[in-house]
Design a protein around this ligand. Sequence first.
Ligand SMILES: Cc1cc2nc3c(=O)[nH]c(=O)nc-3n(C[C@H](O)[C@H](O)[C@H](O)COP(=O)(O)OP(=O)(O)OC[C@H]3O[C@@H](n4cnc5c(N)ncnc54)[C@H](O)[C@@H]3O)c2cc1C
Length: 437
Amino acid sequence: MTMTSLPLPTLAPPSKLTGLPVAIIGAGPVGLAAAAQLLERGIEPIVYEAGPQAGSAISLWGHTRLFSPWEYLIDGAAARLLGDTAWERPSAQGLPLGSELVDDYLVPLAATPALSRRIQYNSSVTAVSRLGMDRTRSNGRSETPFALRIQTDDGPVDRQARAVIDTSGTYSTPNSIVASGLPLLHRGSVQDDIVHALPDVAGADRSRFAGKHTLVVGAGHSAANTLIALARLATEVPGTSVTWAIRNTNPVRVYGSADDELAARASLGSRVYTLVDEGAIALIDGFEIDDVVAASDGWVSVIGRRAGETLTIETDVVVGATGFRPDLEMLREIRLSLDEIVEAPRALAPLIDPNLHSCGTVPAHGVDVLAHPEPNFYIAGMKSYGRAPTFLLATGYEQVRSIADEIAGNREAARTVQLVLPETGVCSTGDTSGSCC
Ligand SMILES: Cc1cc2nc3c(=O)[nH]c(=O)nc-3n(C[C@H](O)[C@H](O)[C@H](O)COP(=O)(O)OP(=O)(O)OC[C@H]3O[C@@H](n4cnc5c(N)ncnc54)[C@H](O)[C@@H]3O)c2cc1C
């Protein structure tokens, strides 16, 4: 009798990635949305959050009202998770404070049974690499787990992941107020006189500004919020005054447009315009700051150039509202493809670079423009915009929906982007061809 041997089933060798979660850096709105989107696709996320609770960065500007109504602030997959709880969806048209975005959405979302056991707080990711492979090693790279170094209350630990989504935002890395982008040369002597963007002028920080002269530096919505609060304080406390310094020769991006489809954003700009027009805010445009030094009687001198001349502004306090930049140091071992100017993913940059396109209306986009040479590594949310200022949460939610589909192998869905964002109605590049917005 002859024996015919049956072919043995071929078993794929177990991948080194099998069983590993997708690591998400940051439990802000976009990080939590990423986790919810992955869970819907049966993929295990783990979220590392530097702060003690979800939305820790937003809590730092919790006194500030958002200009987007709730309808643009809640991710679809997150809402479906919350739908299984006693959560009450806020009214679509309401404009929350930052603190309400945290308390009425992010904290309940992070507390859902599905997410609560997948978030680790007080866990700051300090570095990302591949297991046993620095960025110069190529062989088998895409099959090698990511290694994340995480600073916890008990010291540093290393954790592995099959993919990484960096949604750590930019709030902790503000831009310098110095025109060169460098830190202040004489920082030590004046650091107490220079305040991070968005101080709580009407609340906790009121005494810092009451009866003082403040110089607000910057031309974005953060500057606008602070200017309005300081102008109001000036009507309440004698001796309070406010000067606004911008680098551009025209604050059109702050003033905005009556055609802005986000009414609250338009109103922010028009209030600043009126306050400048009425003389409540002294505007100094075209001012390039070189340094800030301590002056006599507790004043500081802000030294710069305007129209080719040296200009010095004496003030009590400086509010640096010159925007933010991404912290790329922790990604030194990751192969990134970033635009040289805005430090955003290379394909995304032309859509958001304020030199080319400052209107703030950015077409929604997905994984195609967010990919890096490092397989399965993504930067999403505020950080994906690098130094560009116009990020909207709705954009971030669509980014992570697309990334989740890509990780789940739904390539077509990942590339079908349907979100339409509200137009700002303003174009400040001087481009009249209509290509800007
Ligand atoms: C004042 C202000 C008003 C805004 N208003 C609007 C608005 O009306 N509409 C709108 O659409 N957008 C608005 N934005 C823009 C944007 O939507 C928000 O900044 C939003 O918070 C971005 O979400 P994010 O999840 O990308 O980042 P973040 O909210 O910044 O969250 C990042 C999280 O990562 C954590 N983290 C940071 N580093 C690490 C690390 N190394 N390891 C672990 N965790 C880390 C932080 O603690 C934080 O919790 C506003 C922004 C500001 C500053």
